[in-house]
Design a protein. Structure first.
Length: 150
């Protein structure tokens, strides 16, 4: 006699599918009965109140704010409106390996650590030197360039 092709896991999956189908049918029947009993009116209109929230009642006209078209600004701040920032920063060399040609400088203002390469160094530096530098965007973030000893 041949063995049945129906395994335990197949029958369990089939039971789950059947149960899911029955649950879905029950929910549909319940929604249909509720709609027949209470009607399908729902919210006829959706209003937006003065805070931007949806509601089923009209907003209070006293809370309405009128804006003039000239008051609306859709733009980026102009470059001349921004305060000028000094590109030269001061810092302290936390690590420098002259044989490998790179190191790190800690900014004195915000204690951020910046990478520096020998190609961006003007004066000879060693660890714990006070330096001035500028920042430049590198492949992995901001790099210290034009590094001079103070």
């Amino acid at each position: 006699m041949a063995k049945s092709q129906q395994t335990f896991s197949k029958s369990e999956k089939e039971k789950k599918r059947l149960k899911k189908r029955l649950d879905k049918q029950k929910k549909m029947d319940a929604r249909k009965a509720d709609r027949d009993e209470h009607g399908s009116t729902g919210i006829q209109f959706a209003y937006v109140d003065h805070n931007g929230n949806l509601s089923d009642s009209p907003p209070d006209p006293d809370l309405k704010i009128v804006y003039e078209l000239e008051d609306i600004q859709i733009s980026v701040t102009k470059k001349e409106d921004l305060p000028e920032e000094d590109p030269v920063r001061k810092g302290k060399v936390s690590f420098f390996d002259s044989s490998k040609g790179f190191g790190f400088i800690i900014d004195l203002e915000n204690n951020e650590k910046y990478f520096t390469h020998i190609s961006g160094i003007i004066d000879e530096i060693i660890e714990n030197d006070k330096v001035s530098f500028e920042l430049e965007k590198g492949m992995r973030g901001l790099n210290a360039v034009k590094v001079k000893k103070i």
